[in-house]
Design a protein around this ligand. Structure first.
Ligand code: ATP
Length: 346
């Protein structure tokens, strides 16, 4: 078992900087999720931990050992990718055995290790089959079994569930989390799916354009976003961000008026989550732009002169398009951001 440390890590591709001055400390046994939009540097970060990519600058350590010059195959990490990469002509049993052969684990131990790994992902009855005779979810579980069979120090998973349908993804999420808790292996997991990140992670690292925006527990990231990027990335729909002006303890924008800390002034962005708005109240005046019932929640879009505001209304809420509407905000849950996007007024 091991911690992972990235110290001032930079990865450049020619003149393009894919990862900028990254500092990250993954604690032993932690489940850490790298989350961010396409191209933000998640995979590059993970490939550097795996040894498939070499940092341009900085240090990477696993446990106490410096990894910069250690080959991928000599790092005690196991990777799972979205493409499974199972050998089609080998049985599932032989696929799971492969890393044991590569690592020259004594043959006498193989059967026990393979069966234990297969049990853990509930593939026991499928060991004789070839990958082609398994469903997508079973194939993905076989890839997981192959990663866990030799009990590495570190698991690296790059979007391992993105080929699966939504229902299977949800059930595999639970299995992966359960398995990681049982094996207690330090895990770095890359995804651009915030639900996956929120449900799996002990801590989430949010990245944008090669730069870490925030590191925190899922609760922390949701409740205390450090800047407008994080606020606008997390939540479904994400936080409403409304540009306006603060003066003498009041924030105002077209159709919007709320109290704000007295020390804020000038150009400020107000953040309010869709679930912290209620129909009726005096913080927002606008027109109904869209009403989308989904069963348990009705999503309401309110138009103001500047912006559309998303609101989670009660399941029964209905209103005619273009009708006037007043909305109240839970004023204990307002967020304010300065001109550079970082949180202010806390
Ligand atoms: P995605 O979710 O789309 O996989 P990502 O966050 O994993 O994205 P990376 O694959 O880490 O992103 O890429 C980060 C940036 O570095 C991207 O802009 C990408 O185009 C660039 N990049 C990655 N590998 C190379 C390379 N070998 N040569 C040049 N640029 C690269």
């Amino acid at each position: 078992m091991a911690s992972i440390l990235l110290k001032n890590v930079v990865k450049s591709f020619g003149t393009f900087v894919g990862v900028q001055d990254m500092n990250l400390d993954v604690v032993d046994e932690e489940f850490l999720v790298l989350l961010g939009p396409s191209g933000c540097g998640k995979t590059t970060t993970m490939r550097m931990i795996a040894g498939l990519e070499h940092p341009t600058e900085g240090e990477i350590r696993i446990g106490d050992a410096l990894m910069n010059d250690i080959d991928a195959r000599d790092r005690d990490v196991a990777m799972v990718f979205q493409g499974y990469a199972l050998y089609p002509n080998m049985s599932i049993y032989e696929n799971i055995r492969f890393p044991l052969r590569m690592r020259q684990v004594p043959k006498a131990k193989h059967d026990d290790l393979i069966r234990r790994a297969a049990e853990m992902v509930e593939l026991g009855p499928f060991l004789d089959r070839k990958p082609g005779a398994l469903s997508g979810g079973q194939r993905q579980r076989a890839a997981l079994a192959r990663a866990i069979v030799r009990q590495p120090q570190v698991f690296l998973m790059d979007e391992p569930l993105s080929n699966l349908d939504a229902k299977l993804r949800a059930s595999m999420r639970v299995q992966i989390k359960h398995m990681q808790r049982e094996l207690k292996v330090t895990t770095v997991y890359v995804t651009h799916d915030q639900i996956e990140a929120m449900t799996l992670a002990d801590r989430i690292v949010i990245m944008n354009k090669g730069v870490i925006q925030q590191i925190g527990t899922p609760d922390d990231i949701y409740s205390n976003p450090a800047n407008t990027f994080v606020a606008g990335f997390i939540g479904s729909p994400p936080m409403n961000l409304i540009a306006g002006t603060a003066q003498s303890g009041t924030f105002s924008s077209a159709g919007v008026r709320v109290p704000c800390p007295a020390n804020l002034s000038g150009n400020i962005t107000l953040g309010i989550r869709p679930e912290d708005c209620q129909i009726g109240g005096d913080n927002l005046q606008g027109q109904v732009y869209g009403v989308e019932p989904t069963g348990d929640i009705t999503y309401l879009t309110v138009r103001t002169a500047n912006k559309n505001i998303e609101i989670k209304a009660g399941r029964e809420f209905r209103a005619p398009i273009d009708s006037a509407i007043s909305v109240g905000f839970d004023t204990s849950r307002l967020y304010f951001f300065g001109e550079d996007g970082s949180r202010v007024g806390v």
